[in-house]
Write a protein of this length. Structure first.
Length: 116
């Protein structure tokens, strides 16, 4: 459970009630699965133009071509109603900041990578 918790939010295990209560452990299930197959469509680089479009001045002058990079953004932490700690722990703030920066960087690098 500690490995999973730290994998989701580094520093959270020590920032939580340790050890977890017996009822929490009994009501939490952890499954380990072997994934035998998966699929995904991944693209890097900008759009590719068909030769007839690229050579057609009317199309080239009229049609915008490009990429809108997309990435997942973690929002601002929201305290639970019963929370009495005034500040969000530094490890949470840093994890959100780092993940957002990394996701943006990876999206922008993927766009450029295919153009080289």
């Amino acid at each position: 459970m500690r490995l999973i918790t730290e994998g989701v939010m580094p520093g959270r295990w020590e920032g939580s009630r340790v050890p977890p209560e017996k009822a929490e452990l009994e009501s939490t299930g952890i499954l380990r699965m072997r994934i035998e197959s998966a699929s995904a469509k991944v693209r890097s680089g900008g759009p590719s133009e068909g030769k007839s479009d690229a050579e057609n001045p009317e199309v080239v002058e009229r049609v915008w071509t490009g990429v809108v990079p997309t990435w997942t953004v973690h929002g601002d932490p929201v305290a639970a109603e019963q929370n009495r700690v005034e500040e969000v722990p530094r490890y949470v703030v840093e994890a959100v900041r780092e993940r957002n920066e990394r996701a943006r960087r990876e999206a922008e690098e993927a766009m450029v990578k295919g153009e080289k």
